[in-house]
Write a new protein. Structure first.
Length: 269
């Protein structure tokens, strides 16, 4: 079977401006990924090596994936996405091969980003399963080997994402592997306003829809939940009247009342 199917190659279409807020995250990633690609001679002159990998961590739905994609779009990199758990479920007994295939594909597609979503599934601390030769350990070993084999300036960079940085094997986070850790937190008031503005650009809204109020009322929401609220409100308007011309503030209010948030305090740094 072709392991290649496992890792979808795509060229994302996400621009930095599609992501509300997160200015610091954007800046850190530009420095770590864009600069070395644009100015390799400067890095060599100064004797510094660009990072091989970056870990984005933080609560679910707060733009880790979006950020990795924007990085690829803006720096003109191919984007190879792999979900940690999928490597195991679809490639029973072949997970190490799948890891190898992902990197082979990345080298062939360079300059490229390999995006490992839910990387915690691949790198649960060694020995956690009780046996030292579990599939998980072999996959991790393969991942470390591949990371060690990345040549600086050959333009393959690993971006990994997790909601659970605490369970990641420290071996992968050593210098010269994934050694930049970037926290991607829940959106603040201003960022929620930006996400609402970005999202509602596509929605016919009545004049009474007040983004400032909605930003305020969505305290504790993830970015994904802010987007979901906008969608729920539109569906509410349609269910009330299929010929509805636009969404009103009351539709948002109805949806806000029943909204169940996913982010819990222990997910926030
Ligand atoms: P998970 O940990 O669940 O994989 P994630 O952090 O990778 O989540 P994304 O997949 O990037 O989150 O975000 C989910 C969706 O939420 C995005 O597709 C987008 O619609 C919306 N979203 C989240 N944060 C933002 C933001 N800052 N600006 C615009 N949209 C956002």
């Amino acid at each position: 079977p072709s392991c290649m199917r496992e890792a979808a190659l795509e060229i994302p279409q996400v621009r930095w401006e599609d992501i509300g807020g997160q200015h610091e995250t954007k800046q850190l990633l530009r420095e770590a990924v864009e600069w070395p690609l644009l100015h390799p001679e400067a890095f060599q002159r100064m004797g510094i090596r660009p990072p091989k990998g970056v870990l984005l961590y933080g609560p679910p739905g707060c733009s880790k994936t979006l950020t990795a994609k924007a990085l690829a779009t803006e720096a003109g990199l191919n984007f190879i996405a792999v979900r940690g758990p999928e490597l195991f479920s679809k490639w029973v007994g072949e997970s190490e091969k799948a890891v190898r295939a992902v990197f082979r594909k990345a080298r062939a597609a360079a300059p490229a980003i390999v995006f490992f979503d839910e990387i915690d599934a691949l790198t649960i601390k060694r020995g956690a399963s009780g046996s030292s030769t579990s599939v998980g350990d072999r996959v991790l070993a393969q991942l470390l080997t591949e990371m060690d084999g990345i040549e600086p300036f050959v333009n393959v960079i690993v971006v990994a994402a997790t909601n659970r940085p605490d369970v990641i094997d420290p071996g992968i986070l050593r210098p010269d592997r994934i050694d930049r850790l970037v926290y991607v937190g829940p959106p603040d008031l201003e960022t929620r306003g930006e996400i609402l503005r970005i999202q509602l650009r596509k929605t016919a809204c009545a004049d009474d829809v007040d983004i400032e109020i909605l930003a305020d009322r969505t305290d504790g929401f993830s970015g994904a939940e802010v987007v979901a609220l906008c969608q729920d409100a539109a569906i509410e308007a349609i269910s009330e009247d299929p010929d509805a011309e636009c969404v009103y503030m009351r539709h948002f209010e109805m949806c806000l009342r029943g909204f169940k948030k996913r982010i819990t305090p222990e997910m926030i740094e």
